[in-house]
Ligand binder design. Structure first.
Ligand code: DC
Length: 219
């Protein structure tokens, strides 16, 4: 099976890029962030105290996460309910970054991610795919961009949706998320030694996609 790992910080464009690469190559796009977000949604809905390890463990025992593909797009089910839209909220993303630091949560999702990669050609994006989940991936990409570039993209996206966002607040949120994801004890975000480093600050989507496709075609 072909396994392509794309890791990098929030807002670097991983999911947009990974989706386009997967489509071009006929692979499945696996969004692992959506799995952490679904667990986070459960914690929010059930007011689980995430400082309490026993409460987190109990909650994890009650959670089942399933992935399916509808018209090529990944759907994530939390205990049978399709939560693909609800998990996109900012608040859920922030909680996901917190619960993703818990070993019991990571353990729960590891096998699901490895099983998907063992059974399919995948482009999988996340934070620890190249370093931990798929150490033998055929190609590993570390996709990043400056905080300014990522904040500006997010700002534009929100303006296009008709919002009135605060650029400084977006920057602060991105910095906080980077800090949490890079400084946790377990599977922190970092570049795998054998990953290709791509800084997309001054590249457009097509350039990034093309450079990854070129690398896949050389494998
Ligand atoms: O990629 P995203 O923003 O949807 O991910 C949400 C959070 O989940 C992110 O802040 C960190 C966590 N995450 C992780 O720890 N490991 C992954 N492989 C994917 C996401």
């Amino acid at each position: 099976m072909m396994n392509i790992a794309i890791d990098g910080p929030a807002g670097a464009g991983k999911s947009t890029i990974a989706k386009l690469v997967a489509k071009e190559k006929g692979y499945i796009y696996v969004d692992t962030g959506a799995m952490y977000r679904s667990i986070a949604l459960y914690m929010i809905r059930n007011n689980v105290n995430i400082e309490d390890d026993a409460a987190i463990k109990n909650a994890c025992d009650e959670i089942s996460i399933d992935i399916s593909y509808e018209a090529g797009s990944q759907q994530v089910y939390l205990n049978g309910e399709n939560v693909s839209v609800e998990i996109r909220q900012e608040q859920v993303g922030n909680m996901a970054s917190k619960v993703a630091a818990k070993p019991v949560v990571r353990e729960k999702l590891l096998q699901l991610q490895r099983d998907l990669a063992a059974a399919n050609n995948v482009v999988m994006d996340g934070r620890d795919i190249g370093t931990f989940v798929l150490p033998n991936a055929n190609l590993k990409i570390y996709l990043t961009a400056s905080v300014e570039a990522r904040a500006n993209r997010r700002y534009k996206e929100l303006v296009e949706k008709g919002g009135n966002p605060d650029l400084e607040q977006i920057k602060a949120d991105i910095e906080q998320r980077d800090y949490q994801d890079m400084n946790r004890d377990i599977a922190p975000l970092k570049q795998a030694e054998d990953a290709v480093y791509l800084d997309s600050s001054n590249m457009d989507i097509n350039q990034v996609v093309q450079s990854i496709i070129d690398k896949i075609n050389c494998l």
